[in-house]
Write a protein that binds this ligand. Structure first.
Ligand SMILES: Cc1cc2nc3c(=O)[nH]c(=O)nc-3n(C[C@H](O)[C@H](O)[C@H](O)COP(=O)(O)OP(=O)(O)OC[C@H]3O[C@@H](n4cnc5c(N)ncnc54)[C@H](O)[C@@H]3O)c2cc1C
Length: 209
C-alpha cells in the first residue's frame, strides 16, 4: 500500500474483530489485543500503575486523532527505529503473539525487529494478535522520556525507557533500558544495563550508566 506491494488482494482490518480490542490480565501478564488503541492504553489503570513507561510512550504518539485510532500492535509491527510504543514495551520485557495458518506463538519483542521497517511478522501470512508484559510489582517501576528537536514535529532525537526492580536495600536486581532511534531497530542498551545491575540505585550509578 505504501508503494511496496503493487497488488493487494485482501486486507485484514483488526479493529472490529471481537476480543482483540481489549486489555486483559492473566495470572502473570497484562495482555493487550492488537486492536487496542494508544488512547485505551493511556487510560488503562492497570497499565498506568504496572507498566507506566508504556502509558508514557503511547501518550506521546502523534496527537489525539492519531492515538484514538492507531494501535500499539501497528507501532510494533511497523518496526520503525523511532517507534515510541515499541520502545516502551521493550523496556517492560514485552512479548508479542504472532499467528498464522499453522498456529500462534509468543516471541520476545527484541527478537522481532530485523531492520528499519522490517519485522519477523510476515505481513502476507501472519498477524500480530496480542502483546503482553509482566506487570511491575512492589519496589519496581518504569519510565519513558523523549527528546525532540525544537520544532517538535520531526522524528525524536532519542526516545528511551527503563524498568528497574530494587530489593529492600535499594540494590538493583533487574534492569532493562531501551533506546531508539539510535540504530536500525529499537534495542536494549545492554552496557548501561550491566553498569546498573546489582549496584545501588544511586544518582552516581545512573550517571555512569
Ligand atoms: C501524524 C502522525 C504522527 C505520528 N507520530 C508518531 C510518534 O510520535 N511516535 C510513533 O512511534 N509513531 C508515530 N506515528 C506513526 C503511527 O501512527 C504509529 O506507529 C501507530 O502506532 C501505528 O499504528 P496503526 O494501528 O495506525 O498501524 P498501521 O499504520 O495501520 O500499520 C503499520 C504497519 O503495521 C502493520 N500492522 C498493523 N497492525 C498489524 C497487526 N495486528 N499484525 C500485523 N501487521 C500489522 C500494517 O500492515 C502496516 O504495515 C505517527 C503517525 C502520524 C500519521
Amino acid at each position: 500500500l505504501q508503494g511496496q506491494s503493487p497488488v493487494v488482494e485482501a486486507m485484514v482490518d483488526t479493529s472490529r474483530v471481537s476480543g482483540l480490542d481489549r486489555i486483559t490480565n492473566d495470572n502473570d501478564h497484562i495482555i493487550i489485543g492488537c486492536a487496542v488503541t494508544h488512547t485505551q492504553i493511556v487510560h488503562e489503570k492497570s497499565i498506568i500503575r504496572h507498566g507506566t513507561c508504556l502509558v508514557e510512550s503511547c501518550g506521546v504518539i502523534g496527537g489525539p486523532q492519531v492515538r484514538n485510532v492507531a494501535t500499539l500492535a501497528g507501532n510494533v509491527a511497523h518496526a520503525l527505529p523511532a517507534g515510541d510504543g515499541s520502545i516502551g514495551l521493550l523496556a517492560l520485557g514485552g512479548e508479542i503473539e504472532v499467528a498464522d495458518a499453522s498456529g500462534s506463538r509468543w516471541m520476545a519483542l527484541e527478537d522481532t525487529f530485523l531492520g528499519p521497517g522490517k519485522s519477523v511478522i510476515d505481513h502476507h501470512r501472519a498477524m500480530l494478535t496480542r502483546l503482553r508484559f509482566r506487570p511491575t510489582e512492589a519496589r519496581a517501576g518504569s519510565a519513558f522520556t523523549r527528546v525532540m528537536r525544537p520544532q517538535g514535529v520531526a522524528l525524536p532525537m532519542i526516545s528511551m525507557a527503563a524498568r528497574l526492580q530494587l530489593d529492600d536495600s535499594n540494590t538493583i536486581t533487574a534492569v532493562r533500558i531501551s533506546l531508539g532511534p539510535a540504530g536500525p531497530v529499537p534495542y536494549l542498551a545492554e552496557p548501561a544495563m550491566d553498569v546498573l545491575m546489582s549496584g545501588p540505585a544511586s544518582p552516581e550509578q545512573f550517571n555512569k550508566a
